[in-house]
Design a protein around this ligand. Structure first.
Ligand code: SAM
Length: 241
């Protein structure tokens, strides 16, 4: 990946999607180095199917950055099922005010995130290898924001995420443009978990001729999640709330 071309396309893409305020020389350089590490590691460790320059910039970086405007200044943020670090790593790079935790049950993905943190000096990033539903007890209602992308349908995802959120905090679900059906299916369950829908935004992100349609669904935690949630994963799957 050629550095100058990558940074030029990265800046152009953030500008075209009205997110240029999120990039400066330092964050652009770190995103380039993170992309380089991702592609290099992916040659021997399967982390992501997206490895082309344009795909990384649009589907990994711009998509991750798009949730930034919904996250309050100084917030603690948990990314459930971060995989190779999306959205958490780009978010930690462009928002140094946040305290970001990446969570995934797959060791090699968390090893990659921790190695990127060390090599790039991303001090506001932490990474934990665990299943969300199994590690919630030590972290119940401790995060201002919990987010997640491409992990499960909303009626399952909400039980994994909402218990981590403080009362008054946010659950920010990153979805494709087909989120409405999932949202309707999850509505009652999300109420049982103590949250309520506050905002839904649909938007198109572009990078030259490539485009993706995305939806962000934001839920406000209005009361404590009853202690019986989350249930065991087998029960969550068998009988979503
Ligand atoms: N969020 C990343 C992205 O958008 O590129 C990765 C998405 S990947 C399709 C789903 C990830 O969720 C996998 O890395 C998997 O290990 C993780 N995962 C699934 N269920 C989980 C759970 N209950 N707790 C923690 N991680 C989970």
């Amino acid at each position: 990946m050629e550095r100058q071309c990558f940074i030029k396309l990265l800046c152009k893409t953030f500008e075209e999607n009205e997110m240029e305020d999120l990039l400066d020389d330092n964050s652009a350089e770190l995103l380039y180095r993170f992309a380089d590490l991702l592609v290099e590691t992916n040659e021997h460790t399967n982390l992501t199917a997206i490895t082309d320059e344009k795909g990384i910039i649009l589907k990994h970086f711009a998509d991750s950055a798009a949730i930034s405007r919904y996250i309050p200044q100084g917030a603690s943020v948990l990314d459930v099922g971060c995989g190779a670090g999306f959205p958490s790593v780009p978010l930690a790079i462009i928002r140094r005010d946040l305290a970001v935790t990446s969570l995934d049950s797959t060791g090699k993905k968390i090893d990659f995130v921790l190695s990127a943190k060390g090599k790039l000096g991303i001090d506001n990033l932490n990474a934990v290898c665990a299943r969300a539903e199994e590690c919630v007890e030590q972290n119940r209602e401790t995060y201002d924001v919990c987010t997640s992308r491409a992990v499960a349908r909303l009626n399952i995802l909400s039980e994994l995420c909402v218990p981590f959120v403080k009362v008054g905090g946010l659950f920010v679900a990153m979805k494709s443009d087909k989120g409405a059906e999932e949202a309707a299916e999850a509505e009652e369950g999300i109420k049982k978990l103590g949250a309520t829908s506050t905002e839904t935004r649909a938007y198109r992100l572009i990078c030259e001729e490539m485009a993706i349609d995305r939806e962000i669904r934001i839920y406000n935690k209005i009361s404590s999640t009853p202690r019986q949630y989350p249930r065991k994963y087998s029960q969550i799957l068998k009988k979503p709330l």
